[in-house]
Design a protein around this ligand. Structure first.
Ligand SMILES: *Cc1c(COP(=O)(O)O)cnc(C)c1O
Length: 497
């Protein structure tokens, strides 16, 4: 069963949580108990495929899905066409103390695909289970990667519509092109004049708009979210922590039971939260290292216990981490307060009214024992991209480079040389302008697709096919709106026919 972080008393099934997205009181759904695994469970994963590992891990959270249903969901998500690498999420050994977990082999070349290819399958299966016959309209606010991944995942999926809002000037040229060229009869893409937080706040207001919900319900339409707060996004992300651990045993780098760290480039706190769940389930994880960019709210929070969003918003080279309100943190607060929904609600209210809250010293203590955090400036991030390419011949995208940079600082400051896995969240080609600039030391104007081919030539590497395919696709979506007009855009699109 799943409960709201804000105290709404009625437990719901996983299917209801996935269809609902967010709880009626505005809270996020959390499991009533975190399933526990043992070493046998881990050892059995070693010989399995990624798909089988997903089945084992997710099955623990989805008792109402039978094995056949879950297999069907997983096999339609992680296909050969969508994920050309048969390992799905391969682990690359680069140096003695660190390996990389590549999560960008899906159709949009960023880690969001890992969850967003599976979420639509889980959602449609959930609708059938609940005998719901109307349409679900998925609303997404994106800082770049989620939007395209949601569009690609939901494209032409029965009973669904998907509307994506992105900050007009807050995404890369390639990200924008990926979204505005998206085909599918049920997809809608709108640029918002504002930053990611404006888009996300707008979407949250639409979700809590009772009158709109009623108008849509009259047409058998229900709103839901594909943002990383949806339980159906979180569960698929837990899988790759287990998969990476199993692959590290398989390659002989660790033995079963050895503790490893994970370094996660963090924005909305979804990816690293999945790592926290893996650890709580019993996976031998030491520290979860939370890497931030110049928007360093989380780094400050983990080090001081004060969450303060009252600060300037920076556009950085790692735009998918340009976030001041990390929504998924609410789930962590719930667990660290042993499920105190009053406390969580109070902090979230303070965040809304004052932009700031302090956690108790007990929570602060748990935070610092589980996590370590720091941030990387754009200059440091560029230097890392250049240096890692020179030393290892490996191209990091700016988000992964933030993680690498923070990992180096972690090792220097703590002296901890536990084997660590740096989570690689995007293909370098998705951010080719920035990577080119970092490698050459020259400024690169937004070069769009041109830069991809330049980068490939310079480094003698191959552009992922999903990105080269953008070359001759027509632009299908040109709508732009003010942040106060997002509701109107939704009604226009959903009630048009
Ligand atoms: C979304 C994203 C992140 C941040 O992940 P969260 O789950 O939001 O913390 C990091 N890197 C890339 C490339 C992303 O797309």
């Amino acid at each position: 069963m799943y409960y709201s972080t804000r105290g709404w008393q009625h437990p719901v099934s996983a299917a209801q949580a996935i269809v609902g997205g967010i709880a009626p009181d505005g809270g996020l759904y959390v499991p009533s108990a975190i399933p526990q695994i043992n070493t046998v469970f881990i050892e059995q994963l070693i010989a399995k495929t990624y798909q089988q590992r997903a089945q084992d891990v997710m099955g623990l959270f989805l008792p109402e899905f039978d094995a056949v249903e879950l297999t069907q969901c997983i096999n339609s998500a992680y296909t050969k066409t969508k994920f050309p690498d048969p390992k799905i999420a391969p682990v690359i050994n680069l140096k003695s103390t660190a390996a990389l977990l590549e999560l960008w082999h899906g159709p949009t070349a960023a880690f969001k695909d890992m969850a967003l290819q599976l979420l639509p399958q889980l959602l449609v299966t959930s609708l059938h289970k609940l005998n719901l016959t109307g349409r679900i309209a998925i609303l997404v606010a994106t800082s770049g990667d989620t939007g395209k991944a949601a569009l690609a995942g939901f494209k032409d999926v029965d009973q669904t519509e998907v509307i994506v809002f992105y900050p007009e000037d807050g995404v890369s040229a390639v990200q924008k092109l990926q979204m505005v060229t998206q085909t599918g009869a049920n997809v809608h893409v709108v640029a918002v004049k504002g930053n990611f937080d404006d888009a996300q706040t707008g979407v949250k207001h639409i979700f809590s708009d009772r009158e709109l919900a009623r108008i849509l319900a009259d047409q058998s339409i229900q709103l839901s979210s594909a943002n990383s707060i949806n339980l159906g996004r979180l569960l698929p992300q837990i899988v790759y922590y287990f998969s990476a651990y199993a692959d590290m045993i398989k390659s002989g780098r660790i033995k079963t039971g050895d503790v490893i760290n994970f370094v996660v480039p963090t924005g909305n706190f979804g990816n690293i939260l999945a790592g926290y769940y893996a650890k709580q389930m019993g996976l031998p994880v030491g520290r979860l290292i939370c890497a931030a960019n110049n928007n360093n709210v989380l780094a400050e929070f983990i080090n001081s216990g004060v969450y303060n969003r009252n600060r300037p918003f920076h556009q950085t080279l790692s735009p998918s981490m340009d976030i001041l309100i990390s929504s998924n943190l609410e789930r962590l607060l719930y667990h660290l307060t042993d499920g105190s929904t009053e406390q969580v609600t109070a902090w979230q209210q303070q965040l809304q009214t004052e932009g700031c809250y302090h956690v108790t010293s007990a929570v602060k203590q748990k935070l610092t024992s589980l996590f370590w955090s720091d941030w990387s400036s754009d200059d440091d991030t560029c230097a890392v991209i250049r240096r890692v390419y020179q030393q290892h011949g490996y191209l990091l995208d700016p988000h992964t480079a933030v993680a690498w940079s923070v990992f180096e600082r972690y090792q220097q400051e703590t002296g901890d040389d536990t084997t660590s896995i740096i989570v690689a969240t995007a293909s370098p080609f998705k951010f080719a302008d920035s990577v080119l600039a970092a490698l050459t030391g020259q400024t690169v104007e937004q070069g769009g697709l041109e830069s991809l081919f330049k980068l490939a030539e310079l480094t003698n590497t191959i552009v992922p096919e999903s990105l080269t395919a953008l070359v001759d696709q027509p632009i299908l979506h040109t709508a732009v709106c003010n942040k106060n007009d997002m509701r109107k855009m939704v009604t226009l699109r959903l009630l048009a026919d």
